[in-house]
Design a binder for this molecule. Sequence first.
Ligand SMILES: *Cc1c(COP(=O)(O)O)cnc(C)c1O
Length: 223
Amino acid sequence: MDKISASLETIIAKVGDAATKSGRNPSDIQIVAASKTRSIETLQAAFSTGKLTAFGENRVQEFLSKYSPALPWDFIGQLQTNKVKYLIGKVRLIHSVDRNRLAAEINRLAQKNGLVQKVLVEINSGAEENKGGLPISEAKAFAHSLAEFPNLELKGIMAVAPLNASKNKLHYLFRSVYEVYQSLQEFLPNVDTLSMGMSNDFETAIECGSNLVRLGRILFDSK
Ligand SMILES: *Cc1c(COP(=O)(O)O)cnc(C)c1O
């Protein structure tokens, strides 16, 4: 077994343990590999393990340089409206919808291409200035407003936590995001994805209800 599959197996086991601890099935948690800066060869090797749901890229240019229709791709980074055209038809899920103009452009291009684009609404849970995403207080109303876009399917929420939050704070923020997610589920039957948790905090995120983790360093920088 090469290095990537060895660390993948370890991480999958940890994800599974976290799921079981919170009374859920390990197979209910999607693992998206955050693949920025990793080579396409590395990604192909990782994908061949059969354990990854998709690769999440966060820069359009880098995504295009790696793109192959043989792999499933998500877009997880901040997205400029004028770059949406490079993603439509190529990505499974856009995690970072946080403003009306962006949603309108995704809808317009999806319509033009005869498809429905799956998206998540991004919450900036720590209200950090340099990050994308909506304040948690605005997320619910924004999510409901997406109903005006027929070629856009809202699948749920993506949240990024502040880097240096204490475990208690993290727990509080993740639970608050989960509550928004749950309240959306009451009205929107297609909402089934809560993208929350990275290398540093995926166990806490799963404990708080996440069912999609975005893992970079912990998957690829094996010791
Ligand atoms: C890089 C990245 C991740 C993964 O971060 P790690 O700490 O390497 O696990 C997750 N989400 C987004 C949006 C990222 O840009």
